[in-house]
Design a protein around this ligand. Structure first.
Ligand code: PBG
Length: 323
């Protein structure tokens, strides 16, 4: 007798019945870049199909994503000017603050998340305040907390700190609670590696550090136990959800964090992962849609509940078609 696993692969209906992992449009979070100006939809050359939107056009884009079934967006701001402490990051009329309130005015139900970090807002491009040539952890916490409160004021449902300073989840939670935003959630970029896969994003957001790199705050890609430590710390500090980033070269980390942590787990399918697919597709070397779905399902299979991905709209279209 031969044991015949192929019996379960005979036709599509059967295959779908025994499928172990399902990707839903409800798992997707769509990252978007917002800049000053009007009626702008500026292509990002390193990320084909992605744009820098002005506040008016981002509202349209968010409505489109919502209509495709995408439940959440995360916003990244491109300020009109930068300084040493990133003061535009917490301005009440800052670009993310404007975008959040405009989106919420048109569409209440969509979950609006905002990236909390200084690198897009500082003239030196680091994610924190510089003191004596070093990124100063505790001085940065204050600014991050102000930024989070200003986003919450504008109507953000979740703030998502991506700076990797120690103690920032607790600092942000305290500041939000003190300001009366008990219901604003925190999605912590708990496990964020110092990665070359952020290259296209840094072009999009003009946030490349002017000196040095981010290895004194982002994690060493060789470390896995440290990922568990970071995840547990952020859980204890009061994060509502945590994230592993990047996703594709860190699927083992997603799995381990999933097994150790009780919170909803997100993974960030970052700009470099997106750009590799798009550029190979443009060359005709791969079927872009096919590997996109394969990548997204691999991230879910590894254990992520939610996926931040620039593919959100493309994947939603395919998922809706196959329903
Ligand atoms: C920092 C931040 C970065 C990304 C998200 N938040 C860049 C960095 O750490 O240099 C990268 C996202 C991506 O590559 O898609 N604000």
């Amino acid at each position: 007798m031969i044991i015949r696993p192929r019996r379960l692969r005979q036709n599509r209906t059967l295959r779908e019945m025994v499928r172990e992992t399902n990707l839903s449009v409800k798992d997707l979070i769509y990252p978007l870049f917002v800049r000053h100006g009007r009626n702008l939809k500026e292509p990002i050359s390193s990320m084909p199909g992605q744009y820098r939107f002005s506040v008016d056009t981002i509202v349209q884009e968010v409505i489109e994503a919502w209509d495709l079934g995408v439940p959440a967006v995360i916003l990244f701001g491109l300020p009109d000017c930068k300084d040493a402490v990133g003061s535009k990051s917490y301005a009440n009329d800052g670009i993310v603050q404007q975008a959040v309130s405009s989106i919420k005015a048109k569409l209440q139900e969509i979950v609006v998340m905002t990236d909390i970090c200084l690198c897009e807002y500082t003239d030196h491009g680091h994610c924190g305040i510089i003191k004596e040539g070093k990124v100063d952890n505790d001085a940065t916490l204050e600014i991050l907390a102000r930024q989070a409160v200003s986003h919450a004021k504008a109507g953000a449902d979740f703030v998502a700190p991506s700076d990797m300073m120690d103690g920032r989840v607790a600092a942000i939670r305290n500041a939000l609670d003190l300001a009366g935003f008990q219901d604003t959630g925190i999605l912590s970029y708990a496990v964020k590696y110092a990665s070359g896969f952020y290259g296209p994003f840094r072009e999009a957001a003009d946030s490349t550090p002017k000196f040095g790199d981010r290895s004194s705050y982002q994690m060493d890609p060789a470390n896995a136990l440290e990922a568990l430590k970071e995840a547990i710390l952020d859980m204890e500090e009061g994060a509502d959800m945590i994230m592993v980033k990047p996703a594709l070269a860190f699927l083992d980390i997603i799995r381990r964090v999933r097994e150790e942590c009780l919170l909803p787990l997100a993974a960030y399918n970052v700009s470099g992962e997106y750009a590799m697919v798009k550029s190979a597709q443009e060359k005709g070397w791969v079927d872009g849609d096919r590997i996109m779905m394969e990548i997204l399902i691999s991230i879910k299979r590894a254990g992520a509940d939610l996926i931040l991905t620039y593919f959100a709209k493309d994947a939603a279209r395919l998922l809706n078609r196959n329903r």
